[in-house]
Design a protein around this ligand. Structure first.
Ligand code: CP
Ligand code: NVA
Length: 319
């Protein structure tokens, strides 16, 4: 993908929700990444952009978060706006007020709602009743904001996205579901490798394949991680037990044996391949300490891109 100025493409996003990346066209996803790259350069050059002056974003958390919480909060502050943290237990919703009434009430106060919760249906329900944009900050099914930052990271480290091969090794979870949508949208090659029983959902697979048909992306699957990473420009992994799956940690550690991204696996990718992880990471489980802390790892620059990617999204939806 080569970047051109696509600002008119993003104008169409004003007032829209971001519930899953399928809410956006390929052109809009590429334009969001391009805008995030520009915003990052501006920020580094000390240029202030206060386009969201006077706007308020509600941050509704039902699960823990470091990167999502901080990137959205700092992003709003840098854009001249404000943010408001709403842990579920602090809301009357936590005591039984309806989602519909909560959505309508919030819409009278704030300009956008970012929510991190368990159920994708709840986020969709919230968006149905809210009259301001709703942003999915992670559900059990999707993590679209992470993928926007990941595409930016790949572009900044490796160049044109439609020339890249990314291998995802690990659990077929929310992170890879959104990565499949994103990779398909930008015409990338993505090989997913999971143990049996932990594959991505077939519904998401079908959605990604349908997008890939239009863009020329190759979305593939291989149970063998060694075959999956062969010749890859990037290897990506995520935790084996996501939030809400704490009880399965032990069983999953056994089931995922052989799927750790370690020095041996990394060697099978291109010699200049990068290692990516959305974080938080667990050294010795899904990734060896040597790889996570090694020279090919871009996990902290990747975490930083969340800030710029989220600012691009906020400017487009709330601006
Ligand atoms: N990657 C990510 O979403 O991190 P947090 O859970 O810390 O927000
Ligand atoms: N798959 C992980 C991602 C955390 C950012 C989880 O849902 O816990």
């Amino acid at each position: 993908m080569s970047f051109v100025h696509l600002d008119t493409t993003l104008e169409a996003l004003k007032g829209k929700d971001c519930l899953t990346l399928t809410d956006f066209t390929s052109e809009q996803i590429e334009a969001l990444v391009e805008l995030a790259v520009r915003l990052k350069k501006q920020q580094k050059a000390g240029v202030q952009n206060i386009s969201l002056q006077g706007k308020v974003l509600a941050l509704w958390f039902d699960k823990a978060s470091t990167r999502t919480r901080i990137s959205f909060s700092v992003g709003m502050a840098q854009l001249g706006g404000h943010f408001l943290e709403l842990p579920t237990q602090s809301l009357q919703y936590g005591r039984g007020e309806s989602l519909e009434d909560t959505a309508r009430t919030l819409s009278g106060y704030v300009d956008g709602i970012m929510i991190r919760t368990f159920s994708q249906e709840l986020v969709e329900e919230l968006a149905k009743y809210a009259t301001v944009p709703v942003i999915n900050g992670l559900t059990d099914l999707f993590h679209p904001c992470q993928t926007l930052a990941d595409l930016q990271t790949l572009y900044e480290h490796k160049g044109d996205l439609n020339k890249l091969h990314v291998a995802y090794v690990g659990d077929g979870n929310n992170v890879v579901h959104s990565l499949m949508h994103g990779a398909a949208a930008v015409g990338m090659k993505l090989t997913v490798s999971t143990p049996k029983g932990y594959e991505p959902l077939s519904k998401v697979w079908d959605e990604a394949m349908a997008i890939a048909k239009e863009t020329g992306a190759e979305i593939q699957f291989d149970h063998d991680p060694k075959k999956a990473v062969k010749g890859a420009d990037a290897i990506y992994t995520d935790v084996w037990a996501s939030m809400g799956q704490e009880d399965e940690k032990e069983k999953r550690s056994k089931d995922f044996a052989g799927y750790q991204v370690n020095e041996e696996l990394l060697q099978l990718a291109k010699s200049d391949a990068i290692f990516m992880h959305c974080l938080p990471a667990y050294r010795g489980l899904e990734v060896s300490a040597g790889v996570l802390d090694g020279p090919q790892s871009v996990v902290f620059p990747q975490a930083e891109t969340r800030l710029h990617a989220q600012k691009a999204l906020l400017l487009s939806l709330l601006g």
